[in-house]
Design a protein around this ligand. Structure first.
Ligand SMILES: [Zn+2]
Length: 285
């Protein structure tokens, strides 16, 4: 599978000269499957740029289909939806798999985003493409565009978010953004280690430096130390840093990358590759 980053920023878009190298768009990742299928993870503002690129292919002709895995419905994970050009082309088909006790509840939350007070689109019903919304089962695996996907609901401050474990031909990619354990300095939980175990690539929330996390613990985000500890304990092949705080410049992220490398090495993770996600870059596993 080919994994491409369209938005790597947390909480709110942060465009500008200080963030031009890693990018200022919020969470959106695409996976191109070996069979040519498309799976999208999260619908932050990066989704707009993914959508623009798709318009030159089948999605521009109303012949596209994709699965969308949605970790949770905070703004930075849904705000690209109304600016995703393929959603306005009849014939395209999308299935969203996201959190919630029922598909109706999740659809109601996404419908609320389109309320005329917030959006000129007024309703999901004004999308021209087919847009199905399903509550992702937590536990049993389900199929999304030929990939085997498992979802796990984990703590995210006072809320929760879903992590996804995605398998294709024995290769595994885990997406775990917006990941915050409630206790300070807690080691990775057994549940986390079990979910991340032996993944070829673990994308993990690295919103904060530890010192900034300490003063914002209730926001429910990880530091790069948390991510390094989880990666080392889970024996993953590569760790991807993701969801950088909106106030961090490119130079800050460079510095966090070096610190995260040191944190991995200090935990016996010298063989674990490290990538700081940046817009437009692609990983293949
Ligand atoms: Zn977020």
């Amino acid at each position: 599978m080919k994994i491409r980053f369209w938005g790597v920023r947390g909480s709110i878009p942060a465009p500008g000269p200080e963030t031009i190298r890693y990018g200022g768009n919020t969470a959106c990742v695409s996976i191109q499957t070996a069979a040519g299928g498309l799976v999208i993870i999260d619908m932050g503002t990066g989704l707009m740029h993914l959508g623009n690129s798709l318009m030159t292919g089948p999605f521009g002709k109303g012949q596209g289909r994709a699965a969308i895995l949605l970790s949770h419905t905070h703004w930075d994970h849904i705000q690209g939806l109304g600016f995703f050009p393929p959603i306005f082309i009849p014939g395209n088909m999308f299935t969203v798999w996201g959190p919630g006790r029922s598909s109706e509840i999740l659809e109601g939350i996404l419908e609320g985003q389109m309320d005329p007070n917030f959006s000129p689109l007024q309703s999901l019903k004004n999308f021209s493409a087919t847009f199905d919304v399903c509550a992702a089962p937590c536990g049993p695996a389900f199929a999304a565009e030929g990939l085997e996907v498992s979802a796990w609901e984990h703590p995210h401050g006072s809320a929760t978010a879903l992590a996804f474990r995605i398998v294709e031909d024995g290769r595994t990619f885990v997406y775990a953004s917006d990941f915050g354990q409630p206790e300070a300095d807690a080691p990775p939980s057994r549940a986390a280690i079990a979910f991340f175990k032996d993944a070829d690539v673990l994308l993990h929330d690295t919103t904060y430096r530890p010192a900034d996390q300490a003063t914002r613990r209730n926001r429910g985000f990880s530091s790069y130390e948390d991510a390094a500890a989880a990666a080392a304990a889970s024996n993953v092949g590569r760790l991807v840093m993701f969801h950088y705080d909106q106030d961090y410049s490119d130079d800050d992220v460079d510095e966090m990358f070096a610190s995260c490398r040191a944190a991995l090495d200090a935990r016996g993770g010298t063989s674990i590759g490290l990538v700081a996600a940046r817009e437009g870059e692609e990983l293949e596993i």
